[in-house]
Ligand binder design. Structure first.
Ligand code: PAZ
Length: 321
């Protein structure tokens, strides 16, 4: 068998981004998960979700963050699970999580009620759920337990950009074993800039030294080795976020030309909950929620996932033919 290609990005990753100590262990977990579900006839999607953190000091007090609540990723994970996929959820620590996302604004103590046992003088009694505070709890809990008991969801956390890059590489290599049955849904908001480990101060930057001038390097474009070297048979979707709608589609097309992957989902920050464009090398589909959809609590991720699972079907058929 041919040796996997070593790209210059591999070298940069190893030299300039601290390798998380658990990366090999996580890679084994992801490989076992992918092999198990592929053997059971399931497709596997790796979802990235949330924003990366770029530390300014190695004993980090300050950092730069990329905006993302994690809602897109968490919500999409649920629709992929409903469509029969097994999901590896590579997400930012404490960003929104499938199923619990529904209750993220609720104080858990407001949702519970303590009832004292009869004549009890101590803390014995029972804790009951106030279903008015958690209106959909039964439905959500039931589905969450089904997913958990069937081990269909493998959560993996990252916080820093280094963790994200190394874990994504490990995931790509782990999923390469299942070929075109693997999908990459790269919805995380990833920094384009970083400070190399060798140039990072160890201790907290002192404000007594005056105004801070930062010089940041460009983050290597990880999509390139992912598509070419690490998981060359997989179905790969990247996301493109802009604040200026005028440049969005051009940027999405340029990404497809550069990386030669299958799909870019393009969205603008302010309208991302109700409007996205799914761009492929030969098509462009607008997905829009109407006022009626919004009233009926339809989520745009349902449409995105439906569009992409159909495209994945076609892709698998073409690869096999
Ligand atoms: O996580 P969220 O629901 O708040 O936002 C989702 C999103 C805008 C981060 C995502 O749709 C996206 O576009 N991700 C890629 C961002 C980028 O271009 O770096």
């Amino acid at each position: 068998m041919a040796e996997p290609r070593i790209s210059s990005i591999d070298g940069k990753l190893a030299e300039e981004f601290a390798v998380p100590s658990h990366v090999e262990e996580v890679k084994e977990k992801m490989s076992a998960f992918a092999a198990h579900h592929a053997a059971a006839g399931r497709r596997v999607v790796l979802i990235t979700s949330g924003g990366t953190k770029v530390p300014l000091e190695s004993r980090t007090v300050r950092f730069l963050d990329n905006f993302s609540s994690g809602r897109r990723g968490a919500c999409s994970a649920e629709y992929f699970l409903d469509s029969g996929y097994a999901v590896i959820f590579l997400h930012r620590h404490r960003s929104l999580y499938p199923y619990t996302r529904t209750f993220s604004t609720i104080n858990v103590l407001d949702a519970l009620q303590f009832r004292c046992g009869e004549g009890a003088s101590d803390n014995s009694g029972e804790v009951v759920v106030n279903q008015q505070v958690l209106p959909n709890i039964t439905k959500v809990l039931k589905r969450y337990q089904e997913v958990r008991d069937s081990r269909l969801l493998l959560p993996i956390e990252f916080s820093t950009l280094s963790e994200y890059l190394h874990l994504l590489k490990a995931a790509a290599q782990a999923l390469s074993t299942i070929g075109s049955k693997a999908m990459f849904y790269l919805a995380a908001a990833v920094s384009d800039f970083y400070i190399p480990a060798s140039e990072m101060p160890e201790h907290k930057i002192q404000s007594s030294n005056g105004p801070l001038q930062l010089s940041l390097n460009m983050v290597p474009k990880i999509l390139s080795p992912l598509v070419k070297d690490w998981a060359p048979q997989a179905f790969v979707i990247s996301f493109k976020l802009e604040t200026d709608a005028a440049i969005l589609l051009d940027k999405a097309r340029r990404a497809l030309d550069t990386y030669r992957h299958q799909v870019v989902v393009a969205n603008v920050l302010d309208s991302r909950r109700g409007y996205v464009v799914v761009v492929t090398p030969s098509t462009q589909a607008e997905l829009i929620l109407t006022e009626e959809d919004v009233k009926n609590e339809v989520e745009i991720e349902e449409r995105i996932v439906s569009n992409l699972t159909s495209a994945h079907n076609k892709f698998i058929t073409q690869q096999a033919g």
